[in-house]
Design a protein around this ligand. Structure first.
Ligand SMILES: C[S@@+](CC[C@H](N)C(=O)[O-])C[C@H]1O[C@@H](n2cnc3c(N)ncnc32)[C@H](O)[C@@H]1O
Length: 386
């Protein structure tokens, strides 16, 4: 025997393991015969939209109780109070019984989630394409709940059909710092089910929600449409588009339903303020392709922008090193450092970690392996004069 090979073809996101069974509904089989589920994720506090004018008040009225503002702006006491209220809200079971677990730091821990871990008993309510029934849609619009269609357990090439913790971390950051994204144009890369873009649409103006593969983009688009009740009143628009990091050009082939129009391409380069990507660093070649893609896109920007990247440091024991390693994470950090050290005379990149001290507005386990990184991107003078 030359070498030992362990194969583990199917991966399952922790998000779906931890979602309580009452929140899972198996609704259909997709084109590949995979069971498709719908999970409900409640935003634990009402998102109150600020108008541009409100922003000016924000600096004077940082402690208004009913606004979502940066955790740095909210006193500890208020955060505790808010989390108590919101926990109480979510822990009512289907019969209305109260089941409260409270912590004061606003961050959910694994022991709490363990209490929630239950077996999943899927219920098939329909097969084929029809699953957003009238009853479902009505139900959707009355609550502050994001409903995401996804699969559970996929091969690596299909991981975008599941929701990952990094998507929640980014969504949480957006909810806590909504004033940063008000009226922005945003590009999300590797958006998967569209979870983060949906949350971003509660504040930003235009979101290009991108990924690759028609089946995945179809699923993403269905989620975007099904969650209009979350962002529809803000007048924001989410456009699902193909952006393949392994290709050097945006898709403009009009036969592709997710292609880019000329105006959209122009808007992307001229108006984008923010780039996002959640949990897309798990394969070194893809990580290289991702960084090349953002470098290429950002080099064409005329205005300063900010990139937010969430990453989960996944530890693996390897026989090769006879030790626990996190090669994919190390490679991510290597690429980040390379970008920061780049001096091409066109664009300046400054990298910094974001402290995860902000409270949770979505229910997931914020493990210590989760990280959020920020890249501040400045076109140099020569670039803006092009
Ligand atoms: C682990 S999933 C994360 C999905 C989503 N951001 C989340 O956190 O739930 C990684 C994502 O990267 C996307 N991806 C992988 N290769 C890609 C490529 N070449 N171009 C664009 N997206 C890609 C996958 O389709 C998938 O949606």
């Amino acid at each position: 025997m030359d070498s030992i090979t362990f194969r583990s073809d199917i991966v399952l996101s922790d998000v779906h393991i931890y979602t309580p069974n009452s929140s899972h509904l198996m609704v259909r089989l997709n084109g590949d015969g995979q069971p498709v589920f719908v999970s409900k994720f409640k935003i634990l506090h009402t998102v109150n939209a600020y108008s541009k004018g409100d922003l000016e008040h924000l600096s004077n009225e940082k402690t208004r109780d009913d606004d979502l503002i940066s955790s740095a702006d909210v006193s500890e006491k208020k955060v505790d109070k808010r989390m108590e209220e919101t926990y109480t809200d979510i822990l009512l079971d289907d019969d209305g019984d109260l089941d409260v677990t409270r912590r004061s730091d606003g961050v959910l821990h694994s022991d709490e989630n363990d209490q929630w871990r239950e077996k999943v008993y899927p219920t098939i309510i329909s097969k084929g394409e029809e699953f957003f029934s009238e009853e479902y849609e009505e139900d959707c619009t009355i609550c502050n709940e994001i409903r995401i269609e996804h699969t559970m357990g996929t091969a690596l090439e299909d991981v975008g059909k599941q929701v990952w913790r990094g998507a929640f971390l980014l969504a949480d950051y957006i909810l806590n710092n909504s004033y940063l994204f008000r009226d922005c144009t945003v590009l999300e890369l590797g958006a998967g089910t569209g979870m983060t873009s949906i949350v971003m649409a509660t504040v930003a103006k235009t979101i290009y929600c991108t990924d690759v593969g028609e089946d995945l983009l179809n699923m993403c688009e269905r989620n975007i449409i099904a969650n209009k009740h979350i962002y529809g009143t803000t007048g924001s628009e989410i456009k699902v588009r193909e952006l393949d990091w392994l290709k050097s050009e945006l898709c403009i082939d009009t036969k592709n339903p997710y292609c880019w129009s000329e105006e959209e391409t122009a808007q992307l380069y001229d108006q984008t303020d923010v780039l996002l990507a959640a949990d897309v660093f798990y394969d070194d070649d893809l990580t290289d392709a991702f960084f090349q893609t953002i470098y290429r896109i950002l080099s064409n920007f005329r205005n300063p922008s900010t990139v937010y990247l969430s990453v989960e440091k996944r530890l693996n024991f390897t026989l090769r090193k006879m030790d626990v390693t996190c090669d994919a994470y190390d490679h991510f950090r290597f690429c980040l450092a390379e970008l920061e050290n780049l001096s091409d005379g066109k664009t300046k990149f400054a990298v910094e970690p974001v402290k995860l001290t902000f409270p949770q507005f979505l229910f997931y386990e914020r493990v210590e392996q989760l990280e959020l990184w920020k890249i501040i991107v400045e076109p140099l003078i020569s670039n803006t004069q092009q």
